[in-house]
Each structure stands twice: as structure tokens, then as C-alpha cells.
Write a protein that binds this ligand. Structure first.
Ligand SMILES: [Zn+2]
Length: 305
């Protein structure tokens, strides 16, 4: 698995850079996404690369699990193409399928203008994650182990409950080791990484009925005190509580904010974790979740380059 992670190619990066080399998006209106027809449609074979312990093959628009289960990548009622998903991202989040889950390109490394118009990785098919990590709290719990977060700095102060599925515990341990090295050189970064508030936490995403990926034990939130979260900013700015995500008008979304240094993000991405700071509209800069299907190279199934 580790060897198989090949990060998004420079070709894709530069292609997107050219496509999206437009000024920063104005949030006064729903951003018009440029046509992405020149970009290759996402190829679901990334699931085979990303989850070799679980997914055996991709054939006839289905993922074939090692236990023989066939899961269609398109579901009735979900959006059929990358273009449609880009046009109605909220609908794609509310009616997810395995295609939508990988359709929006996540770019590793520093944010660029292309990343500013979508929330890459925020479309998730719960059925997929429940099958992989457990569809009940008890099933997820049976696969958890304790990982002490950055013990050189914090000893046993922060025990995290993390899944052993897909070796997520080992990958998060590598993040912890590398972040310790980073903080030895740059002690000013320690504040971002202390007091991680949660890894495993069975719950829905605030203001929605969709499962949070913290439910599966493969997601961690770092220090909330130095992070930014769009919903808290929205609630503060509008003096409201208990809002539903779907009821919030696009032009009312708070302005993007982030304080997390890129070097921290780079370490998580190198181990297969995507960062919520790349969700430009629904930023969640404390949040890192294990989503290797978004970090393996996209080949495209249309033959277009
Ligand atoms: Zn989180």
C-alpha cells in the first residue's frame, strides 16, 4: 500500500493550474466552475490502488470487494458526471456515490487557485466506509487501538483511539513521528499539534445527517484553538445556533481562514490523509482524514489526456 501511493502527477497539477488560473473566487455568488471536460473523468480503479486489502478489482462500473461484494460506482439519484457534480456540489454531498467521492480532484501540496472552488473529499459514500470500517459503533470499536500522539513532546497525555484497518494506526504513527521531527526544528509549530481533540468519535457531521469520518477511527482533529471551522465562524458572524448546512445560502458563507502551516499538511498528505483546510467553502483546518483514493494518481478512463 505505502509503495502504491503515487501522488498526483505534476501533469495534472499544471493542467488544472492552467484551467483554473482565474482570480480568487468571489463568494458573493455561487462560483461558476469552468468546464472540466478537458480533464479526464475520474477512474474508479484508484480504489483498487488505494485499498488493496479490501478492493480486488474494478469491472463493469462496479468495485469488487475481496469478499465478493459488488458495489456500483453510480447510484440512482446521484449526479452522473464530474461536470454535474461541480455544478451542484451540495446535491452531490447529499446524494453521494463512489463516483462522486473521487470526482473532484484533491491536489496534494500547497493550495492553488483550482482548489478554491470546491471541497475535494467532502463527497463521501457512507455505505463504502461502513463496509470497510464497521457499520455500527461496536464494530468500529472492535478494530481500534490506542496511539499516543507525539509522545516525545506530550508523553502519554494524548491517547488517540484509531482504527487498525488499512494500517491507519501505523500511518498516523508515522505522521506523529515526522511531526515530532518537524517540531524539534520548529518548536513554534507545537501549539498547532497539542491537544488533538478527537480521533474516533461516532457521530454525524454537525448540521447534517451524514456520518462524520471520525466515526470510523481514521480521522483526527488537531488543536482546535489554532484552527478555523466554517460553521463556528458562520454561527458567530450571524449570531445563530443549530443551523442546517443545506439551509445556508452560498453568499453567506464565511470567508476562508487558515493558520495551519503547510509543512504540517504535507506530512499528513504523505501518509494518505487529506486536509479539511482544502475545503474552501466548508473549511475545517483541524481535520485530517485517511482518504488514499484521493491521493493515488488518477489515470482517467476516457483515454483523453
Ligand atoms: Zn474533524
Amino acid at each position: 500500500m505505502k509503495k502504491n501511493i503515487v501522488f498526483l502527477s505534476f501533469v495534472v497539477l499544471s493542467k488544472l493550474g492552467a484551467l483554473w488560473a482565474t482570480p480568487a473566487v468571489s463568494l458573493s455568488q455561487k462560483p461558476k466552475t469552468p468546464s472540466l471536460q478537458q480533464e479526464t473523468e475520474a477512474d474508479a480503479s484508484v480504489y483498487v490502488q488505494a485499498y488493496p486489502d479490501h478492493i480486488k478489482a474494478y469491472e463493469n462500473h462496479c468495485l469488487i470487494w475481496r469478499d465478493g461484494t459488488r458495489m456500483p460506482i453510480h447510484r440512482p439519484g446521484s449526479l452522473p458526471s464530474m461536470n454535474a457534480i461541480q455544478q451542484d456540489f451540495q446535491k452531490a454531498c447529499d446524494h453521494p456515490d463512489l463516483y462522486g467521492q473521487i470526482a473532484v480532484n484533491y491536489t496534494a501540496g500547497p493550495m492553488h487557485s483550482g482548489a478554491l472552488k470546491t471541497d475535494p473529499g467532502r463527497i463521501r459514500d457512507d455505505a463504502f466506509f461502513k463496509k470497510m470500517y464497521g457499520d455500527t459503533q461496536d464494530k468500529v470499536k472492535s478494530k481500534l487501538t490506542t496511539l499516543y500522539w507525539m509522545p516525545k513532546f506530550f508523553q502519554k497525555k494524548y491517547p488517540l483511539q484509531v482504527t487498525t484497518i488499512n494500517d491507519v494506526d501505523k500511518k498516523l504513527k508515522r505522521c506523529s513521528d515526522q511531526l515530532e521531527k518537524l517540531c524539534e526544528q520548529k518548536p513554534q509549530y507545537i501549539k498547532f499539534l497539542e491537544k488533538p481533540i478527537r480521533a474516533f468519535y461516532w457521530s454525524a457531521i454537525a448540521g447534517t445527517s451524514r456520518m462524520s469520518t471520525h466515526s470510523y477511527g481514521m480521522t483526527i482533529d488537531i488543536n482546535v484553538e489554532h484552527s478555523n471551522y466554517w460553521l463556528w465562524d458562520y454561527q458567530k458572524e450571524n449570531k445563530v445556533k443549530n443551523v442546517q448546512e443545506k439551509d445556508i445560502k452560498w453568499h453567506k458563507m464565511p470567508k476562508y481562514r487558515n493558520k495551519i502551516p503547510q509543512e504540517i499538511v504535507d506530512i499528513f498528505e504523505s501518509q494518505g490523509f487529506i486536509w479539511g483546510g482544502k475545503w474552501y467553502t466548508h473549511y475545517d483546518t483541524m481535520h485530517f482524514e485517511y482518504r488514499p483514493e484521493l491521493l493515488v494518481q488518477r489515470h482517467g478512463n476516457t483515454g483523453k489526456k
